[in-house]
Ligand binder design. Structure first.
Ligand SMILES: [Fe+2]
Length: 918
């Protein structure tokens, strides 16, 4: 920490220190360069020697001095500090011809005195002006320097002089006189006695033509609000005000405004009334809030926001957009290309024959022979995108072949998906391991309104279950913690009638009971209940299936399991994946930018966990979860998908997003103070939970260390007004439909803070990774996890029952997704399971963010966190080698790797990125 010197009286100040030019001023919380200041700056620029500086390999700098025509330089006092500001800028990789021409023109213009103007702000107050001390403004020159080693990284510099009493520089004010924005990575100041001072930015600096407000980049020294050096206080407050906006007008591409809106942008009623969708967010359909874009309302519905047409991007604050490497190569970029090009091409190739698979061999052919896309239809696909690793192309003279990689679920054991033990194993180690619960009460009852949904009693009777309990009574099995359930009944039943009225969709609300075999510590499904809502002709439509041993029971059991998997796929996608990770993170991110200064230590802690989430969410609202989007097209819930997501949010609780709390809520663990995580798993071989707890604890330990470092004073959390405003906003503006819930944790102590931050970081990292990156490995084989079911199970006496008896395989294949639905969902799942080459994994620091903090103790703590994650990787690998753990080791059983911290690029089924970016 740097302590401010006691202020000098005016008479004590050496005269050469007095004329600190204050060329910018704060107006309505905005940093504005005055007209007078701009003129003065130009004059100063005109007489100042300017240097273009290039870093050499050793990190030093070579300089060339350019003395401008007519400039005489300015004499400096021996007690002045000569400061060199080195500015690192990232250039666009792809530039259109017109941009290159513009750039040449700018180089010329820049050479005669226009460009980037910077001004240093001291941490100290100027005793005369009573404002923060500021240097004179100076221009950065040389828009044409290029490092041969880093083609897209450019460095420029400016020399400034400040008096020796200037104090430590705490911020740099930047004004971009160029007509175009530029991406500022970092500024380093050389010349101060304490060594180089770093100002990490990683931000787009807008052109003054777009917005007259100057930008302020703070040094990497974290400060709690109360510790903010007096010279920076005004800049700190102003910086946040400028990010909040005023909740009016349509957001423009260059803006960095973070504001809230409800989900009123999913429908497109102007195009077709069937594409109208209800607004999510409000009493009837509660939902977390999204980033406000302010587009004008639809003409057919004033409450819904109009859609934005391709190729225009949806607004997200400028610094939230994908970097070019991500755009141009994999994952999110591929997702865009996939949605815009590949999915329509698949539709064109298959729509005339959107048939069910005729035999299982046809499904296998997707991995062997691929899907033939006509050359005309596919050329855009292959020319405009790099396909994710799992999809390959083979181009012949007349057609392209889109070939899918064999997904992990069938790569080791072709028939595992047919077996009950694999069905059960996937509830503990699959892509959706978060819905399995322990049965704690019997009989099983619905909480739905019985006047609408019929008798609350489940058809899963004692007699039915006890046939499968090895002589045990139901009570005994419950008491011995041996009965488990996957229960989608109450969430889905209210939607089943509407879903089943959609063309080609037929679903039930399911409950599946599992029995825990003590000897093998593994689950076995023993009964499935499939329910339809009551009708006047059929007040009870509850069907119970058991695995049976005769041929007919075998096939109906298999169909019942497929219906359960379809329920599971929908809930996984819309609730556990989209709602609980993607949608719930967005308000935390918005609140963090609006209420925590980027100088705030908690902002610095959260920053890596917020990367790209707003943009991937915007892309999803535009093309995945929107009316008529891929999710509606490919999942059973169809146009009611997001309504189901909202219904699930009614039961969402922030405190239950903590992994130990979630496990206790589901009865999968009990409290155990002797365990470092505080809980003991009741099924020890529960790979998601066992590995998840290791990651959870590592995050908690790191967060505890971090929070303790900054909040060692009693009451320091309660008195941190930025932090308190942040938490209030998360609750009241980010999750306003839940604002009055009693379960929100209080934020009074450092323990409270640590618990809250651990939940947020776990959600963005471990939880999302476990739920996201197994989508193709498990869903890429459609019979294992059909996203949609198209037929109910034939019942005796019904017309299609005879057909079922004659050809059960055909009944099964005609019940699961058609070829078009399957290939579409496989392509999307493949892309969503892909790691980008520039992914940042938990515990890793990208080289460009190496100077995120100046706090050495915290840097050391981060190294400890990284080492712990390395150890955890080894523990997980060891668990996967342990033959006692049948859910992750055995003949043909894939290891559980979804929570291994690291990964390479592509679809790897492992790796925990810091943030949700796909
Ligand atoms: Fe995701």
């Amino acid at each position: 920490m740097f302590s401010a010197r006691p202020p000098l009286r005016k008479s004590e100040i050496p005269c050469h220190e007095l004329p600190i030019h204050v060329n910018t001023h704060v107006k309505n919380g905005r940093i504005i360069q005055t007209r007078e200041a701009r003129i003065r700056a130009r004059r100063q620029i005109a007489v100042r020697p300017i240097r273009a500086v290039m870093s050499d390999q050793s990190g030093g700098a070579t300089t060339t001095t350019t003395t401008l025509p007519g400039s005489g330089g300015s004499p400096t006092s021996s007690s002045d500090i000569n400061v060199k500001a080195v500015m690192t800028i990232r250039k666009k990789m792809k530039e259109k011809l017109n941009e290159r021409i513009e750039e040449s023109w700018e180089s010329f213009v820049n050479g005669i005195g226009q460009g980037i103007v910077i001004q240093l702000a001291s941490e100290e107050i100027d005793p005369v002006t009573k404002e923060g001390k500021k240097s004179a403004e100076t221009a950065v020159r040389g828009w044409f320097s290029t490092s041969p080693d880093h083609r897209y990284i450019l460095e420029y510099a400016a020399n400034l002089t400040v008096p020796s009493s200037f104090g430590r520089p705490g911020a740099i004010i930047i004004t971009n006189l160029h007509p175009k924005e530029f991406f500022l990575m970092e500024i380093t100041l050389h010349g101060f006695s304490e060594g180089p001072v770093f100002f990490p930015a990683h931000s787009w600096i807008h052109s003054r033509n777009d917005d007259p407000e100057s930008r302020v980049i703070f040094s990497n020294q974290p400060y709690l609000p109360s510790q903010t050096p007096s010279g920076l206080r005004e800049l700190r407050a102003a910086g946040m005000v400028s990010l909040r906006g005023y909740g009016r007008g349509e957001r423009k591409k260059f803006e960095r405004i973070y504001d809230y809106a409800s989900y009123n942008d999913l429908g497109n009623p102007d195009k077709d009334e069937d594409l109208a969708r209800p607004i999510l967010g409000g009493k009837e359909r509660p939902y977390p809030r999204r980033c406000r874009t302010g587009r004008h309302p639809c003409s057919s519905d004033p409450f819904s926001e109009s859609r934005i047409g391709k190729p225009h991007p949806v607004y997200v604050p400028r610094d939230e957009t994908f970097e070019e490497t991500k755009q141009a190569t994999f994952s999110a970029g591929a997702l865009k290309a996939l949605l815009h090009n590949l999915v329509p091409s698949l539709a064109a190739a298959l729509s005339s024959s959107d048939n069910p698979f005729q035999c299982f061999t046809e499904i296998d052919q997707l991995y062997k022979d691929g899907v033939a896309l006509k050359m005309e239809e596919s050329k855009n696909v292959f020319s405009s995108m790099l396909l994710p690793a799992m999809m390959k192309k083979v181009v012949s003279a007349s057609e392209s072949i889109l070939k899918y990689e064999t997904p992990a679920v069938i790569s080791r054991d072709r028939f595992a998906w047919l077996r009950d033990n694999e069905f059960a194993r996937q509830t503990l180690a699959g892509v959706n391991p978060v819905n399995i619960e322990r049965v704690q009460e019997f009989p099983i009852r619905s909480k739905l309104d019985s006047s609408v949904f019929g008798s609350p009693e489940s058809a899963l009777t004692r007699e039915c279950l006890e046939q499968e309990l090895n002589g045990m009574s139901v009570e005994e099995a419950i008491q011995k913690r041996r009965l488990y359930i996957l229960d989608y009944h109450d969430l889905l039943l209210p939607f089943i009638k509407k879903m089943n009225a959609l063309k080609g969709r037929k679903a039930y609300a399911s409950r599946t009971i599992f029995f825990l075999c003590q000897k093998s510590d593994s689950l076995r499904p023993i009964a499935i209940e499939l329910s339809l809502p009551p009708t006047s002709s059929s007040p009870e439509s509850k069907y119970v299936y058991t695995h049976g041993h005769d041929a007919t029971s075998y096939w109906t059991w298999k169909l019942a399991k497929a219906h359960v998997c379809s329920n599971d796929a929908g809930v996984h996608q819309l609730v556990n994946h989209w709602l609980r990770t993607h949608a719930c993170m967005e308000p935390y991110i918005i609140a963090t930018h609006r209420q925590l200064s980027c100088m705030h230590p908690i902002y610095k802690l959260l920053h890596p966990h917020m990367r790209y989430t707003m943009e991937i969410n915007a892309l999803a609202r535009q093309s995945l979860i929107n009316a008529g989007g891929v999710i509606e097209a490919c999942f059973s819930l169809g146009k009611y998908s997001m309504e189901v997501s909202s219904a699930a949010y009614k039961n969402w609780r922030f405190d239950y997003e903590a992994l130990p709390a979630d496990l206790i809520r589901r009865g999968m663990a009990v409290e155990d103070p002797s365990k470092s995580s505080g809980v003991r798993l009741l099924i020890e071989d529960y790979p998601y939970a066992a590995d998840g707890l290791l990651i959870w604890e590592a995050i908690k330990e790191w967060v505890d260390l971090y929070v303790n470092r900054y909040y060692d004073e009693p009451n320091s959390v309660a008195s941190d007004y930025e932090l308190q405003a942040w938490w209030d906003e998360v609750k009241n503006k980010g999750h306003p439909d839940k604002r009055n819930e009693p379960w929100w944790p209080k934020l009074r102590t450092k323990e409270d803070l640590s618990d809250i931050l651990t939940i947020i970081i776990w959600t963005a990292s471990g939880q999302h990774a476990a739920i996201n990156f197994g989508q193709y490995p498990f869903g890429g084989y459609v019979p294992n996890r059909p996203a949609v079911m198209r037929k109910l199970i034939p019942q005796e006496g019904e017309p299609d029952y005879a057909e079922f008896l004659l050809n059960p395989e055909q009944t099964f294949l005609s019940s699961i997704p058609t070829q078009l639905m399957a290939t579409k969902v496989m392509a999307v799942q493949d892309t969503l399971s892909t790691h980008s080459p520039d992914e940042e994994y938990l515990g890793q620091l990208h080289i460009t963010h190496a100077r995120w903090t100046s706090d050495e103790e915290i840097q050391k703590g981060f190294v400890g966190f990284s080492s712990r994650l390395d150890e955890i990787e080894e523990i997980i690998n060891e668990r996967n080698r342990d033959s006692r753990l049948k859910n992750r080791n055995g003949a043909g059983v894939p290891p559980y790797e979804l929570l291994l911290p690291t990964s390479g690029p592509g679809v790897t089924g492992r790796g925990i990125p810091n943030s949700i970016s796909i």
